[in-house]
Design a protein around this ligand. Structure first.
Ligand code: SF4
Length: 645
C-alpha cells in the first residue's frame, strides 16, 4: 500500500466477464518509481502480459489519474487511458482534459482497471469509492453525445457540475481501429484506438459522480511555494498568459499560420510543406489557404465560447458555431475543440481549407468517437490512392471533397461495406492490403500530426521513436523549434535533436504521470514540477531523480514494445520525408530541398538513450530498476537487436 499524499491507495479492478469488482491498494515502491497515471497504467498493462490480443478479453483498459490530478495544480483535470493498442500493437496511453480525471480522484480512486468482456453492453458508475456495473443495452448504437445526455439523466447529474461521462460512439462499438474515448463535451482520448478496446469489452461508458474534494498536500508549505511559482511563470509566459498568450487567445490553432510561414505545414498528404507551395504548384485556387482555418480567423469569425479544464486559467479550448450547407441542407453546428492538429488533418492535408465544413467534420468525429488526426490522414491517404488508381475496384474520393469527407466519417464509424470498412482498419492494414505503403504518413501504424518532419528535425526523430506510433505529444519538440521553449533551436538542423527529443519525451512522461496538461511545460520547468510533486506527495526527490522516473517510464514502454517484436527498424518515417518521392519532392519554400537525416538522428538518439538499435539492453533495465518481465536478452555491448526468434 502507499501512504503518499495525492493518492487514495484505491484502484478498482473490474472483471467484466464475471461482473465483479475488487479493490486493490498500490505498491509503495511502484508509486515512487512510476509516479502515477501513465507510468502506473503502463505498468499494469505490462503485468497483464505483452502478448495479449488488443481486442481480446485479456487486454487491460486502465483509466488512471496521478498524484497531482484534481488538485490546485494548474491544468490538473486529466486522465490517462492505458492499454495495448489495436491500431499499432504497441502499448499506448491517451489522455483527455476536462474534469473526469479530477472527478475520479474526488470519487475516491487512483484508477480503474477493466479486464474481460461483458456478455451484454454495460456502463460503470463510479461514486464514493465504489464501482457498479449497469445495463447499457439501450445505449448501444448511439453516438457519444446522446449517450452522455441519457446517462446524465439516469445517474442524475450534470457534466458541468458533478458528473463526467467517458464513453464511446458507434466507432468504438464497431471496432474502428482508431476509435477514441470521448469525455464530457468534445474532449477525446483520441490516439491509439482506446475506444476500440472499450467497445471490444462491451463497455459503453464510465460515469464518475462526485463533488469537489481536492486532496490536501502532505507538505503544504512546499506545495504552496511551488504552486505560487508555477502561477507566476504561467502568467508571465507569451504562450500561456491568461487572455494574452497565444495559446489562451487562439488555442492550439495559434500554430496554423506559424507553420505555414516556416514551411512546416504538410499539405495534400505531405506532398507540399505549406498551402502556398501547393498553390504555387498549381493545386487549388486562391481558396486553398491555411489562413482560412487558422486560430486567428476562427477567433474573429466563429468563436462562441472558451471552455476550460479543471484548475486551468489558460482556457485553450475554442468552441465554435457555424451554419453550414451540407448536401443542400443548412446545418447548425456547435463544437468545442477546433484544434490545430484536427483542423490540419481534415483540412489542408486533405486538400481543402473549408473552415466551416471542418467544424462539421469535427462534430461528426466527436459524436461517433473517432480520432480526428487519424481520420483526416486516412482521407488524405484514400485521396492519394484514388489518384493512383489503387481504389478503382471500390470507390474513389477526390482531393478536397469536403462533403465526401463528412459522409465518409459516418460511414467509417458504421463500417459500411467497401471503402469505409477498409479505411476503418487504419493505415498499416490498408497499406498491406492495397500495396499502399508509399501513401501513408504513419509510423508503427499510427498517423502523424501537423508538423512537417522535413522542416522540424526534432519532430522527425520524435515521430520515429514515439513508443505509441507517430505522435507529436510524446516529445513536443516544436516547443523549442517553433516557440523557442526552453530556448530557440534551428528547426531544420538535425544535430542535437536526438538529445532534445529525449529531454522532451522524459519531461512529458513525468507530466503525463502526474497527470497534468503538458501545456504547463510552455511555462514551467522541472523546478516547479519537483516542488509541487514533493509538496503533494510528501516525498523529497530532486530534479535528477524525477527526470530519471520520466526516463524509466519511457523505457518501460519501449521494453514492452521490444517484447512484442518492435526494434529499431520500426523507428521509421514515411519514405517521402527521408528519400523523397516522385511526387512529394523535398521540402519547399523556406525548407527547399530538405529531407530527414533519419540514420544520423537515430544514431544520436539511441546513444543518448543507451539503447541498442531501438532495443533496451538488460543493463539499462537494471540501471533504471525496472524489475519486471524476462528482459530483452540484448546486452549494451551488442551492435544490433537479435533475430526475431
Ligand atoms: S491548457 Fe487547454 S487542454 Fe490544457 S488544461 Fe487548459 S484548457 Fe485544458
Amino acid at each position: 500500500m502507499t501512504d503518499l499524499g495525492g493518492f487514495h491507495d484505491n484502484v478498482a479492478r473490474v472483471d467484466l466477464s464475471e461482473g465483479s469488482v475488487d479493490y486493490e491498494s498500490i505498491d509503495q515502491e511502484d508509486a515512487e518509481k512510476y509516479i502515477g497515471a501513465r507510468g502506473l497504467g503502463v505498468k499494469y498493462v505490462f503485468e497483464q502480459g505483452p502478448d495479449v490480443d488488443p481486442e481480446g478479453p485479456e487486454n487491460l483498459l486502465a483509466f488512471m489519474n496521478g498524484p497531482l490530478t484534481g488538485t490546485q495544480v494548474t491544468m490538473s483535470g486529466r486522465i490517462a487511458i492505458c492499454t495495448k493498442s489495436p491500431l499499432t500493437g504497441t502499448v499506448t496511453d491517451s489522455h483527455h482534459g476536462g474534469w473526469s480525471g479530477a472527478r475520479l480522484k474526488w470519487a475516491g480512486f487512483d484508477g480503474l482497471l477493466f479486464e474481460g468482456k461483458a456478455d451484454e453492453p454495460v456502463y460503470a458508475v463510479v461514486e464514493d469509492g465504489e464501482v457498479e456495473l449497469r445495463d447499457a443495452s439501450h445505449l448501444w448504437g448511439q453516438g457519444f453525445h446522446d449517450t452522455r445526455d441519457a446517462l446524465e439523466e439516469e445517474v442524475e447529474g450534470s457534466y458541468g457540475k458533478n458528473l463526467s461521462v467517458m464513453g464511446i460512439g458507434e466507432a468504438g462499438e464497431n471496432g474502428v481501429k482508431y476509435a477514441c474515448i470521448m469525455n464530457e463535451d468534445d474532449r477525446a482520448s483520441g490516439r491509439g484506438g482506446t475506444g476500440c478496446v472499450m467497445g471490444s469489452k462491451n463497455l459503453k461508458a464510465v460515469v464518475v459522480k462526485s463533488s469537489t474534494k481536492m486532496p490536501k498536500p502532505a507538505d503544504e508549505e512546499t506545495f504552496k511555494k511551488g504552486h505560487k511559482q508555477a502561477m507566476e511563470v504561467i502568467t508571465e509566459s507569451d504562450v500561456t498568459a491568461p487572455n494574452e498568450g497565444g495559446l489562451s487567445l487562439y488555442g492550439t490553432n495559434v500554430l496554423m499560420n506559424a507553420t505555414e510561414e516556416m514551411s512546416g505545414l504538410p499539405s495534400k498528404n505531405g506532398k507540399y510543406t505549406s498551402t502556398a507551395d501547393a498553390r504555387n504548384d498549381g493545386y487549388g485556387s486562391d481558396d486553398f489557404d491555411s489562413e482560412k482555418v487558422s486560430g486567428e480567423n476562427v477567433r474573429e469569425n466563429i468563436l462562441v465560447d472558451e471552455p476550460t479544464c479543471h484548475s486551468c486559467p489558460v482556457a485553450c479550448k475554442k468552441e465554435v458555431e457555424v451554419d453550414v450547407m451540407h448536401k443542400g441542407e443548412e446545418l447548425n453546428v456547435r463544437t468545442e475543440s477546433y484544434e490545430y492538429e484536427s483542423a490540419w488533418a481534415l483540412g489542408p492535408n486533405s486538400g481543402h481549407t473549408d473552415r466551416d465544413e471542418i467544424a462539421l467534420m469535427l462534430q461528426r468525429c466527436n459524436d461517433h468517437g473517432i480520432d480526428t488526426i487519424d481520420t483526416g490522414n486516412m482521407m488524405a491517404m484514400a485521396m492519394e490512392m484514388s489518384e493512383e488508381g489503387k481504389l478503382d475496384d471500390l470507390e474513389t474520393i477526390d482531393w478536397g471533397d469536403s462533403e465526401a469527407i463528412v459522409e465518409m466519417i459516418s460511414r467509417i464509424a458504421h463500417r459500411e461495406e467497401g471503402l469505409p470498412d477498409l479505411l476503418a482498419e487504419g493505415p498499416r492494414r490498408v497499406a498491406e492490403r492495397r500495396d499502399a505503403h508509399d501513401n501513408t504518413l504513419a509510423v508503427k501504424g499510427q498517423t502523424m500530426a501537423a508538423y512537417d518532419p522535413r522542416c522540424m528535425k526534432g519532430m522527425a526523430i520524435a515521430y520515429a521513436t514515439s513508443n505509441r506510433g507517430a505522435c507529436h505529444l510524446r516529445g513536443y519538440t516544436p516547443a523549442a523549434e517553433i516557440l523557442g521553449i526552453p530556448e530557440k533551436v534551428d528547426p531544420v538542423e538535425w544535430e542535437g535533436k536526438g538529445e532534445l527529443t529525449v529531454l522532451f519525451q522524459d519531461m512529458h512522461s513525468i507530466s503525463d504521470s502526474f497527470d497534468i496538461c503538458k501545456f504547463n511545460a510552455f511555462a514551467e520547468g522541472i523546478e516547479e514540477y519537483v516542488m509541487q510533486y514533493n509538496g503533494m506527495t510528501g516525498r523529497d526527490v530532486g530534479e535528477e531523480e524525477l527526470m530519471q522516473a520520466g526516463e524509466r517510464i519511457y523505457t518501460l514502454e519501449r521494453y514492452y514494445n521490444n517484447l512484442n517484436g518492435f526494434d529499431g527498424s520500426d523507428d521509421d518515417l514515411p519514405g517521402r520525408f527521408v528519400e523523397g518521392h516522385e511526387d512529394a519532392v523535398p521540402g519547399q519554400g523556406g525548407v527547399e530541398g530538405s529531407l530527414v537525416e533519419l540514420d544520423k538522428l537515430k544514431e544520436e538518439y539511441y546513444e543518448v538513450r543507451g539503447w541498442v538499435d531501438g532495443v533496451v539492453p538488460d543493463e539499462k533495465l537494471e540501471e533504471l530498476n525496472i524489475d519486471i518481465g524476462p528482459g530483452t536478452g540484448v546486452s549494451a555491448g551488442d551492435s544490433a537487436a537479435p533475430a526475431d526468434d
